[in-house]
Design a protein around this ligand. Structure first.
Ligand code: NDP
Length: 323
């Protein structure tokens, strides 16, 4: 495994990490989740991503139980959660980054995990109805109280991230260290263009999500929806449409011969492409079984084979459906 600095911070995260979205509770029970996490750890993964909203808190409970049962020393893994959606419809704790919500959300998350502190906490989306200054102060206070170590954002615009950073700088507060954007062969603009100035100016680090576009970039949806995939889950109809998107699946079919040429799977090739971006601290993978972890972690071995020419051919194969 390769370990990369999380932006300009001193924290090192595994270049490939493991997240629990969709999967934990919906697809896998606590036992399978623990086995998947153990397999990832065996490959050197030290960063495990979660969010309050995943399976309405159940995902944090499952991951916390796995940490305990696996008996890992707390200093040997990095765990995150993300806040915004809230666990009830109450106007003060729903779709918000206000101080009241955030101060309660971290306590709820720690309770579900059964941990004293989280390593990384993210503002899961921007909140246009709360001043950024209020959110920055709340995130700073959570860190000052020892409940988390670093904070960042997810899917914030470059302007919003810069505004948060400037406020923190002005008031000598803990600054946002990392952003969690979607990044894969189909979704590129934010990471490659919008955030470009932030890498140098504020040392923003990235932990990126859906590297396989939910599995499409493994090629598994080219022939329809496999029965054992997230594409069959009730409640995920909105995702199903993306999984069977004709243009994306045609691109996956065009990529497959390239993977064959390099002697790897399409999933490995697609993950390796994400790892190539120099600002990506960690590519957060998803897996509903150990075999997927074993396959995906080998993406790092492909990196030396990913020449500029191969990258250009991959990007050309996805040109019609990439933004
Ligand atoms: P991917 O795009 O990598 O999709 C992962 C899914 O693809 C797996 O669960 C599995 O689905 C399938 N898959 C994985 N490997 C293989 C393989 N080798 N062959 C075939 N199929 C494979 O990542 P996710 O969409 O899961 O996102 C990763 C993480 O990013 C999440 O867990 C979460 O932590 C984070 N995230 C953050 C978001 C944010 O807003 N900040 C939003 C979304 C995700 P299946 O079970 O169907 O086989």
């Amino acid at each position: 495994m390769e370990y990369r600095r999380l932006g300009r911070s001193g924290l090192k995260v595994s270049a490939l990490s493991l997240g629990s979205w969709v999967t934990y509770s919906n697809q896998v029970n606590a036992t399978s989740a623990r086995e998947i996490m153990a397999a990832a750890r065996d490959h050197g993964v030290n960063f495990f991503d979660n969010a309050e909203t995943y399976a309405a808190g159940e995902s944090e409970r499952i991951m916390g139980a796995a940490f305990r049962e696996l008996g890992w020393a707390r200093e040997h893994y990095v765990v995150s959660s993300k806040f915004f959606w809230g666990l009830s419809e109450d106007p003060n704790v729903h779709h918000t980054l206000n101080r009241k919500y955030l101060m309660g959300a971290i306590d709820g998350s720690l309770r579900r995990f059964g941990l004293d502190y989280l390593d990384l906490i993210y503002c899961h989306r921007p909140d246009p109805n709360t001043p950024i200054e209020e959110t920055v102060w709340a995130m700073h206070d959570i860190i000052s109280r020892g409940k988390a170590l670093y904070w960042g954002t997810s899917e914030w615009s470059a302007d919003e991230i810069r505004a948060a950073w400037d406020i923190a700088e002005r008031h000598h507060l803990h600054k946002p260290v990392m952003e969690q954007p979607q990044y894969n062969l189909f979704v590129r603009k934010r990471v490659e263009q919008e955030y470009r100035r932030l890498y140098e100016d504020i040392g923003l680090g990235l932990t990126t999500w859906s590297p396989l576009a939910s599995g499409v970039l493994s090629g598994k949806y080219v022939g329809g929806i496999p029965a054992d995939s997230r594409g069959t889950l009730p409640g995920y109809e909105w995702l199903r449409e993306r999984l069977v998107n004709a243009e994306r699946n045609a691109a996956a079919a065009r990529l497959k011969p390239l993977a064959d040429e390099l002697g790897c799977s399409l999933a490995q090739l697609s993950l390796a492409w994400c790892l190539k971006h120099p600002q990506v601290s960690s590519v957060i993978t998803g897996a509903s079984r150990v075999a997927q972890v074993d396959e995906n972690m080998k993406a790092l071995e492909i990196l030396p084979r990913l020449t500029t020419e191969i990258m250009a051919r991959m990007e050309a194969a996805c040109e019609t459906c990439s933004s």
